[in-house]
Design a protein around this ligand. Structure first.
Ligand code: FAD
Length: 577
């Protein structure tokens, strides 16, 4: 039998999403010899699909902007969100370390964020909630800085780019909505388009990177400068142990098995189990990826980290309010017959959009967060075999704001009608018949909604009640309430939604240092987990924008500092006053 090659390092990081890169860069900064192993031929995981937003309460940018906050205030908010499921010790570890993590990365790497001053927490009126200052977005990055590695950066979701790979960030969106109304917006859009045309001469997609692609590109640029080996196409298959202590792992590289001896520790950052139907069905037997459910995470996030840790005695922690981070999804059929998902995070909040079930009834406040709205969708169809719902809106609304993968004016919507993504009807009744919704009921629902919408009211569900709901509407655009406008200018459109997720919340049981625990709450020496491999510190709740990547990077930072001994020596950098 062929002898397996053995390679030595101090720290093995498994996975190359936000958690993996954050762990590797922190460990390297502490002088440790790190190797990153990534299963896929591309790096970046789900993080590359994401908006890249991080939730960091009491961060120094908010302080500079005079937005008062503190870890204690944020803890109060998390207690309201997660109730007795919250581990205060772990939550406090996150809240105390998150601002330090942010300062560390902004000072020592290419990672740079902009404060989203006006992005409220998702339940800003709860005690401890704030109306802005906890969420930050990665700054736009020039992918050309990665040189040849740009080709290895996982591309964003196809449904979230335009013109064959042009990325649009949330700061660009207001300009795109106003392109036919404001010369400044038209100039901005022309600049984006011009750059994209130039890019396409030499690259297979746009190199002006926004959101999660920008975050991973920035992290990767720093990792490459630090000479951290990033082994692509190298799935880790098994952890190795000696006397219950994790000593490394066995991975497959170039078709051969390699033993990786990790002297100081292994950090699992494989992105949870969103692509593992069997694991997901333990929580909900109805849910299987396909026509009626869609996970937006990469199909290779199959729970490997969790399985490997369980094989060496780790406990799986499902004491969470929801096992996944929910979002409503629409499926866009591609020319090759496959379907790519689009996450409906905020478009439901625009004026002139309502969502109904197949009986034609509204069932929830559509301006609620995606994580709150999707369970309402599932509940509405509790007695049905499958869950689906429909966004309904009129011609004015769809051309003004677009919907899902359909861009706003002046781009065309006709191709989306042609592929059946959008159903259209001259009247609400005709629309209902085309979309398979009860026509009588839908007419009554729209008429009822319109009654109040003229004066900005939504007597049924109160759209636009708090700052979170209003921020995703369109201020003073179509009337007194940024979230409400009548649905009356035909033709009318329906778009089918199904439940989906952007990642998992249940995961490995860990302590406040991100150490993996066994069923008796004992530490498994030298084994750490970060990102979606660890059970979410938010306990399956979604308190604000960035609550998965913020903790992912923070617990990765904590894990690497713990391995290096910095944490024990209490020498972590302190945030600037
Ligand atoms: C459209 C969308 C938007 C989102 N926006 C946000 C947002 O703005 N803010 C936020 O906080 N969250 C957001 N999320 C969720 C967020 O992207 C994820 O929760 C987060 O990126 C997970 O990071 P991670 O490092 O744990 O995993 P990932 O980024 O998924 O990385 C895991 C990596 O591990 C690799 N891997 C798996 N198994 C193995 C193995 N055996 N060996 C080696 N490698 C392996 C995978 O291939 C993958 O590359 C969004 C998600 C989506 C889909």
């Amino acid at each position: 039998m062929k002898r397996m090659d053995t390679v030595e390092c101090d720290v093995l990081v498994v996975g190359s999403g936000a958690a993996g890169f954050a762990a590797a860069l922190t460990a390297k900064h502490e002088g440790l010899h790190v190797i990153m192993a990534e299963k896929e031929p591309v790096f970046g995981g789900t993080t590359c699909f994401s908006a890249g937003v991080v939730w960091i309460p009491a961060n120094s940018s908010a302080k500079k902007a005079d937005l008062p906050d503190s870890p204690q205030l944020a803890l109060e908010y998390l207690k309201q969100e997660a109730g007795n499921k919250l581990s205060e010790q772990q939550a406090m570890s996150f809240l105390e370390n998150a601002p330090k993590m942010l300062e560390f990365f902004e000072a020592n790497t290419h990672v740079k964020f902009d404060l989203l001053q006006n992005m409220p927490d998702y339940h800003p009126t709860l005690p401890g909630g704030v109306a802005g200052g906890r969420s930050l977005r990665p700054q736009v990055y020039d992918g050309r800085q990665l040189g040849q590695w740009f080709e290895k950066l996982r591309a964003p979701l196809r449904t979230m780019t335009i013109f064959g790979g042009m990325m649009v960030g949330s700061a660009d969106l207001p300009h795109l909505y106003n392109v036919t109304r404001s010369p400044r917006s038209m100039l901005h859009a022309a600049g984006l388009f011009g750059r994209h045309v130039l890019d396409r001469i030499s690259h297979r997609r746009g190199t002006r990177l926004t959101n999660g692609n920008a975050l991973i590109a920035r992290l990767a640029k720093s990792a490459l400068e630090e000479n951290i080996p990033i082994w692509l196409s190298s799935p880790v298959e098994k952890l190795t142990t000696q006397d219950h202590r994790v000593t490394g792992a066995i991975l497959r590289r170039n078709g051969e098995q390699v033993v990786l001896a990790a002297r100081r520790g292994v950090i699992l950052a494989c992105g949870g189990f969103p692509a593992n139907d069997d694991m997901r069905q333990r929580f909900d037997s109805k849910i299987k990826d396909g026509k009626y459910y869609h996970s937006l995470a990469p199909s290779t996030n199959t729970g490997d980290g969790i399985r490997m840790a369980q094989d060496v005695g780790a406990a799986f922690d499902d004491n969470v309010k929801h096992h996944v981070a929910w979002t409503p999804v629409s499926l866009v059929r591609q020319p090759d017959g496959s379907a790519v998902g689009f996450p409906h995070f905020n478009d439901r909040a625009k004026p002139g959009f309502i969502v109904v079930d197949r009986h034609g009834n509204r069932f929830a406040n559509e301006t609620n967060s995606y994580h709150d709205f999707t369970p309402a969708m599932i509940e509405a169809d509790r007695d049905e075999k499958n869950v689906e719902a429909f966004i309904i809106r009129d011609h004015i609304a769809i051309r003004r704001y677009g919907i899902g993968a359909v861009p706003p004016r002046p781009l065309r919507l006709e191709p989306f009608v042609k592929i059946g993504y959008l159903k259209r009807g001259k009247s609400i009744r005709e629309l209902a018949l085309h979309a398979g919704i009860d026509p009588k009921r839908l007419c009554a629902t729209v008429a009822n909604y319109n009654l109040g919408a003229h004066s900005g009211e939504d007597s049924q569900f109160g759209r636009g009640a708090d700052p979170f709901q209003r921020v995703h509407g369109a201020e003073h655009d179509r009337g007194p309430n940024p979230n409400n406008a009548p649905i009356e200018a035909g033709p009318f459109y329906a778009l089918r939604l199904i439940p989906g997720d952007i990642g998992t919340f249940a995961g490995l049981k860990t302590d406040e240092h991100a150490r993996v625990l066994d069923g008796n709450n004992n530490v498994i020496p030298n084994l750490y987990a970060a990102g979606n491999d660890m059970a979410s510190v938010m306990r399956g709740t979604y308190p604000g924008a960035g609550i998965t990547i913020g903790p992912a990077m923070t617990f990765a930072f904590i894990a690497a500092n713990h391995i290096s001994g910095l944490q024990q020596r209490n020498e972590l950098p302190q945030p600037q006053p």
